[in-house]
Design a protein around this ligand. Structure first.
Ligand SMILES: Nc1ncnc2c1ncn2[C@@H]1O[C@H](COP(=O)(O)OP(=O)(O)O)[C@@H](O)[C@H]1O
Ligand SMILES: [Mg+2]
Length: 336
């Protein structure tokens, strides 16, 4: 087995003056040359995790512990200028608002040409930029190359960013809700372009999403976040069919009962990371299997198999959790 591309351990982030960390011992493993999903309700810490890895935390927030090893280097400890270099070359990023990731004062053609130069293709970057615009299926590329970001739709801007990733070819692409806010057809086209990007460059993609369907279709591995921590990190099949954390089991049972795509924002209404976790398990307040010992000390992610981590002190005795989900799956098969 090839070693993972990125290993995050105990990543802890806090805002100044707030004793409660927003990210608390986050751990996850991103395999090389594959798609990794990061799912969780809104407010669970997905974006903070992405920003911490990129060294782009908002003012007032800082990393107070942990490590994030990419190709042997700890991203959390790189000097700022070195991290900036890594961000431009080894790690790429796509965010929910693609327009704000582009320079408003430069034509998109010039921005892609700059990425082409950065990617090391010195000859005819402007011509290469047009080829890339064609490749991400932007109609009338000659005219569009002359446009400024505000003259393009969100979907078009996302294509421009994907064209730039094709030029730079980072080892890891962090995509935070890249299709949220786009209409459904455009969403599907952007995901298809990302699949092409991944195949062509062999990059790894960390896909942040609250859409379990998108994750299931694209990702080989998934980490589930809840309340500022990762509660389970496993191969997708394993996670969907044999969840070991009560929260994951709850999500999967909801998923198999539903007859349409499940948006995590609606799975557990009112559920928020803001719930005070106290000293114990972060999920204790909502867990049907909670017992006194769950409340007395923090519960960290621990391996239940070589490539499967779970943060639940009762995971072994609760192992038949997956049966609940299987029963749900059977129900759906019978119904169809
Ligand atoms: N600029 C900020 N200042 C203070 N708290 C913040 C800020 N941004 C996010 N948070 C808090 O950090 C937590 C995680 O947020 P975030 O990572 O954006 O969640 P997600 O991306 O999973 O929806 C939330 O509780 C949120 O309230
Ligand atoms: Mg977010």
């Amino acid at each position: 087995m090839t070693p993972p591309l990125l290993v995050v351990e105990d990543l802890t982030v806090a805002f100044e003056g707030d004793p409660r960390p927003v990210l608390d011992h986050v751990g996850l493993t991103v395999p090389d040359q594959a798609w990794m999903g990061l799912v969780g309700e809104s407010g669970s810490g997905k974006t903070m995790t992405a920003l911490a890895l990129l060294g782009l935390l908002p003012p007032g927030a800082r990393v107070v512990g942990g490590r994030a090893l990419l190709e042997g280097r700890d991203l959390l400890r790189l000097p700022p200028d070195e991290l900036r270099r890594v961000r431009g070359s080894r790690i790429g990023m796509i965010f929910q608002s693609p327009r704000s990731a582009l320079n408003p004062l430069m034509t998109v053609g010039a921005q892609i040409a700059r990425a082409v130069r950065r990617g090391g293709y010195e000859r005819k970057p402007e011509r290469a930029a047009l080829d890339l615009l064609r490749k991400v299926r932007i109609p009338d590329p000659e005219a569009r190359a002359q446009a400024y970001p505000h003259q393009l739709s969100g979907g078009m801007c996302q294509r421009v960013l994907i064209a730039m990733m094709l030029a730079v070819r980072p080892r890891l692409l962090i995509a935070d809700e890249p299709t949220t806010g786009l209409d459904v057809t455009v969403q599907a086209e952007i995901l298809e372009l990302m699949q092409g990007l991944q195949r062509e460059t062999g990059m790894a993609i960390l896909l942040v999403s609250h859409d379990l369907g998108v994750i299931a279709e694209n990702c080989q591995r998934v980490a589930v976040m809840y309340g500022g921590g990762v509660v389970e990190d496993a191969p997708t099949d394993e996670l969907f069919h044999h969840p070991r954390h009560p929260y994951t089991a709850h999500l999967m049972a909801t998923l198999v009962r539903a007859d349409r795509p499940v948006d995590l924002a609606s799975v557990l209404p009112g559920a928020r990371a803001e719930e005070p976790p106290g000293a114990g398990c972060r999920y204790a307040g909502r867990c049907p299997h909670v017992e006194a010992a769950c409340l007395s000390r923090p519960v960290r992610l621990e391996p239940v198999a070589p490539d499967h981590g779970v943060a639940c002190r009762r995971h072994a005795e609760l192992a038949p959790l997956s049966l609940e989900v299987k029963a749900g799956t059977r129900g759906r098969e019978e119904a169809s």
